[in-house]
Design a protein around this ligand. Structure first.
Ligand SMILES: Cc1cc2nc3c(=O)[nH]c(=O)nc-3n(C[C@H](O)[C@H](O)[C@H](O)COP(=O)(O)OP(=O)(O)OC[C@H]3O[C@@H](n4cnc5c(N)ncnc54)[C@H](O)[C@@H]3O)c2cc1C
Ligand code: FES
Length: 294
């Protein structure tokens, strides 16, 4: 169900878990947001009464029945620093869910989810959504990269994945519990992780698929710009469609100020699109900051 107007919601902090290097996972009681949230959408958060500009943060998980959402962030500046000081029992104002999210298609049911750093959250949401869709024949695989410790509980993967080296045997427990295979990459030498770029791990998996299986793959990705450029190059190498979740500076966050535009290539020529409401998810083939490498 979509909404024409997005109203602020006072969200009660239910849980606040701190992970190494100032990474935080926060569960918020926000029934309205949880009811409408889709993977790739975000919430615009008032981090503190003294900080007028809201900060956009992806929705990582959403449970409509229980009325909560979860977010993951790493403190980098004053907004998220202020947010990190809030504890369970506090309320914060959120606006959302906002944006146009991922659009998986049944004919490309092998969803390859590639996330990097604080770009991992929307892919977790997509994995959970696909796994919960019992009517669909979805076969998602999650590959995630980070140079700091992953802010998740990790386990030994139950099953092998084609093309993936056996020593990269660690998976996210969250996804393992719902039978979504995942693997991790890092250059930091973490045990059980592939030592290298997440796109190298993705290339190894794609390279092990036969042509019919390859024809059913769609790539979904979010992360730092160099990673997204490598993901798009990989999609082109294997002839695959890719959907990219873009991060851009935002002011209003709801389509009113044009402060978040990005260059896209349309059928009628180049155009500027608002990341907050026209995105944040765009087809990789249309994005100017990816296409300049084509
Ligand atoms: C749709 C969307 C979803 C996001 N989801 C998440 C998420 O799930 N978890 C998370 O940790 N972060 C996420 N971000 C990024 C986060 O909103 C910004 O980093 C935010 O500015 C942090 O606020 P701050 O006050 O802590 O830092 P600020 O003081 O705002 O910024 C600190 C530094 O980061 C740089 N910066 C700020 N915003 C951006 C940006 N959008 N792109 C590139 N550089 C930037 C600035 O140059 C500055 O040096 C998302 C952004 C968008 C647009
Ligand atoms: S932030 Fe104002 S239009 Fe996107």
């Amino acid at each position: 169900m979509s909404r024409d107007t997005i109203f602020p919601e006072n969200a009660l902090i239910l849980q606040h878990t701190v992970f190494p290097q100032d990474q935080h996972v926060v569960r918020l009681q926000a029934p309205e947001c949880a009811r409408h949230a889709q993977p790739g959408m975000f919430v615009h958060i008032r981090c503190d009464a003294g900080i007028p500009m809201r900060r956009p943060i992806s929705i990582m998980r959403s449970q409509a029945d229980a009325g909560w959402i979860e977010i993951l962030y790493k403190v980098i500046g004053p907004g998220l620093q202020a947010l990190s000081s809030h504890q369970p029992g506090d309320s914060i104002s959120i606006l959302g869910p906002i944006g146009t999210g991922f659009r998986p298609t049944a004919e490309r049911n092998r969803a390859l989810l590639i996330g990097g750093g604080v770009g991992i959250p929307p892919l977790i949401f997509l994995a959970e959504k696909l796994a919960a869709d019992a009517a669909g024949d979805w076969q998602p695989v999650g590959l995630f990269g980070s140079e700091i410790p992953f802010p998740f509980d990790l386990v030994e993967a139950a099953d092998r994945l084609p093309g993936i080296p056996a020593q990269a045997g660690t998976a996210l427990e969250l996804l393992e519990n719902i039978d979504v295979p995942s693997r991790l990459a890092s250059q930091a030498g973490f045990s059980g992780c592939f030592e290298g770029y997440v796109t190298e791990l993705a290339a190894a998996w794609l390279g092990a698929l036969d042509q019919p299986d390859l024809g059913r793959v769609m790539i979904f990705s979010c992360g730092p710009t160099p990673m997204l450029q490598a993901v798009h190059a990989l999609a082109q190498q294997f002839g695959l469609p890719d959907q990219i979740c873009v991060e851009e500076f935002m002011a209003c966050g709801v389509g009113g100020c044009a402060g978040c535009t990005t260059l896209v290539h349309t059928d009628t020529g180049p155009a500027m699109r608002r990341v907050c409401v026209d995105g944040p998810v765009f087809d990789g083939s249309t994005l100017g900051f990816l296409r300049h490498r084509d």
